[in-house]
Design a protein around this ligand. Sequence first.
Ligand code: SF4
Length: 413
Amino acid sequence: MKKVIYIKPDANIHGVYRPINVNAPIVGETTLSGLKNPPPLSLYIHIPWCVKKCPYCDFNSHESKQAIPEKRYVAALIKDLEQSIPRVYGRKIKSVFFGGGTPSLFSAASIDEILSAVRMLTPLDYGAEITLEANPGTVDTAHFSGYKQAGVNRVSLGIQSFNADYLKALGRIHNDKQAIAAAELALKTFERVNLDVMYALPNQTLEHALQDAKQAVALNPDHLSFYHLTLEPNTPFHRTPPSLPNDDVSADMQEQIETLLHDNGYEHYETSAFCKPNSHARHNLNYWQFGDYLGIGAGAHSKLSFHDKITRETRHKNPKAFMENAEAGNATDNIWTIAQADLGFEFMMNTLRLTNGFEKSLFQNRTGLPWDAVSMRIAKALNKGLITQDLQKISPTLLGQRYLNNLLEIFLN
Ligand code: SF4
């Protein structure tokens, strides 16, 4: 029996970062003595509608059976941002990410209106990375040029596969030809493009998974994300599972895709992320380095640091409820302080996804806790061969990367 690789992609393909213990009970405020400076701040903007719900998808996305209330939603997003400003006042926004759902369902004029409001209300950093997720079935030249004029400088395309049969099995609205056409159009319009591809698809062979990877590499984007398809609870695929490749075949797919990408100049820098030199996804990297993010829009999550606490926030998931509450001045559904006892795990859950790991000093900078708070658990992970350390850095070994869930369990209270 070969090793089993099963890692839930927490930083999911649509940009919404979902902490594992988001439903943890609200705990009283902690007093952090060591948090000297706020971490870099990113802005996540959620657009919650799709043309059709895919059977494997558990994101907060809703099939648009009627006309999307685009204007009202844009106004609600801006209200949400206005209401959030006191909690991020004066802090520069380093990156912006439009995720969903399908943000490319929105017009360029709406994206422009949202970004104009971001510039008016916050000190958006000069040269900030501004990414928009697009569905190959919903893009055209006019949309892409309009997004670029609005300030979007990076596009993330949900390709998933270049094979018509697998796209059909995944319930996607685009076909193989549209996948390639959308990627070529994105690459013609934007310097920075990510392609999301999945493997271990229903009845997929190793050869077909590699064909998808070769096609992705042939297009030559600066960034690629490869995700193992997982059966998430409360999805049609979970209720009626399709026939999936077994663990051995999935592990072979992962290994051979990683080798292919490496041989073609892509650095494997995070569990599922690969990039050409200096082309890391800065927005996602901020999540993985336990940076701060303000998430606005239906169901969006935030993590914000203050001198005495680190908080998480959620918005109302249902788009209608979100709009009504944002209009009433109450966009935020829930705010809670991360318990001090959970900070070590939360930090590791993000940073150990990075193949190069993290500088030890980052732990105190981002959690406000002394290194002692995790040193016993670090020793345990070292003993098991799941991480390595030198004077400055902690990095997951290949074993730690392959068995990330086991590594993280060591830090779980
Ligand atoms: S397009 Fe993306 S967000 Fe929409 S249903 Fe499919 S997987 Fe989910």
